[in-house]
Ligand binder design. Structure first.
Ligand code: NAD
Length: 364
């Protein structure tokens, strides 16, 4: 029997964060009650909400909560009110701070197209049908952190911008291990994406991923150049199972893949470290619709499914949450962002309640 009690730090954040978080917590509490999982919740301020109260986006007490937790559940941060602030006070800095301090080196983005939402995709139905991709993006290395960096003045007086792409063998092998482990529990196909034909740093990436692959003979490993991958994601996305890639390439490819679904309010994410994790929807704080009870809570509810799968090692319960979401969509309920003629329009709280009821039925 694995661990059965968990500390969860809850950061609703800004904008729609509070509304969607309430619905996600209802789902998590229901599972915990029914499955006798003991959960300790501690709520903290982050982003603009924290800046307004404490003068910084990631105050010490919130960081402490995160560091003492088994997992963080986060809504979203940011909004026009804080856009003019100096860079270090911006709400989005809190996310970078958390990633760094919690050592979250693996970002997981599942991209699944629900049958009921096929026509929300900008691509043809026959291209997106059956998409079930897991993108594993390295999150703490690469050109975003490498030194030297900056804008420098040359002797001639002209400016020069510099960033440095760096990966150590250890950084590559730990993300490769994560990706192989995930592929092993799925269809056992791993694609590593690099630009080994022109970038030495990713030549090392390719070698190390292949070396790690020797311990995973049950998983089929392939390699692809990033430019080809960007093309294939549009041409034939159903070919992919698990994709592992660098921080920069993953940043771009995961947004491209997200758009295949056409519904930003449906996509969850997980960021994993050695023994810490953070779960959040991929969308932002949606200030344009905040406080109106119209935001889609399903991305955050699906982030709870990831929390069950990766922090609590409860894959069966994670699947039930995903099934409950699919069930509610099958019955025709839609929030405004995924609404189509002939469907039933519901608000944030109602979508949460419907999912709760569906899940309660599945748990009985
Ligand atoms: P956004 O994701 O907040 O919104 C983009 C569009 O999608 C908006 O029209 C919004 O209404 C819609 N949308 C987003 N989530 C939705 C949901 N759950 N249901 C229905 N519709 C939804 O991106 P943006 O407008 O570029 O950014 C707004 C703020 O969020 C900015 O301050 C930005 O920096 C911040 N942001 C935060 C995160 C994060 O917290 N992880 C991520 C991205 C952006």
């Amino acid at each position: 029997m694995g661990k059965n009690s968990f500390n969860i730090a809850v950061f609703p954040g800004d904008g729609v964060g509070t509304e969607i978080m309430q619905e996600a917590l209802k789902i998590l509490r229901l599972i915990a009650d029914k499955k006798k999982i003991s959960l300790e919740f501690s709520e903290g301020y982050i982003g603009g909400a924290a800046y307004d109260r404490f003068g910084e986006p990631l105050p010490e007490q919130s960081l402490d909560l995160a560091m003492q937790s088994d997992a963080v559940l986060l809504g979203a941060v940011g909004g026009p009110r804080w856009e003019a602030l100096e860079y270090k006070f911006r709400p989005e800095r809190a996310l970078l701070g958390l990633r760094e301090k919690m050592g979250l080196y693996a970002n997981l983005r599942p991209v699944v197209v629900f049958e009921e939402l096929l026509d929300a995709s900008p691509l043809k139905e026959e291209v997106v049908r059956g998409i079930d991709i897991m993108i594993v993006r390295e999150l703490t290395g690469d050109i975003y952190f490498g030194q030297p960096r900056g804008v420098f003045k040359e002797k001639s007086g002209r400016r020069k911008g510099v960033n440095t792409m760096v990966y150590t063998e250890e950084e590559i092998s730990r993300i490769a291990v994560r990706a192989f482990e995930i592929a092993r529990k799925r269809k056992k196909n791993l694609l590593s994406v690099d630009k080994a034909n022109v970038l030495e740093c990713t030549e090392l990436w390719r070698s190390v991923v292949s070396e790690v692959g020797r311990d995973y003979s049950d998983v089929t490993l392939k390699h692809m150049y990033v430019d080809n991958c960007a093309m294939q994601l549009i041409r034939n996305p159903a070919q992919f199972d698990v994709i592992v890639t660098t921080n920069l390439f993953g940043d771009i490819l995961s947004d491209e893949a997200a758009m295949l679904t056409g519904s930003i309010g449906m996509l969850p994410s997980a960021s994993l470290g050695k023994d810490k994790a953070l779960y959040e929807p991929i969308h932002g704080s949606a200030p344009d619709i905040a406080g109106k009870n119209i935001a889609n809570p399903l991305a955050t509810i699906l982030s709870v499914a990831l929390l069950l799968r990766y922090t609590m090692a409860r894959p069966a319960e994670a699947e039930l949450v995903e099934k409950a979401v699919a069930g509610v969509l099958q019955e025709g309920y839609r929030t405004q962002d995924i609404f189509q003629e002939g469907k039933k329009l519901v608000g944030t709280a109602e979508m949460g309640d419907l999912t709760w009821k569906k899940l309660a039925g599945l748990l009985n």
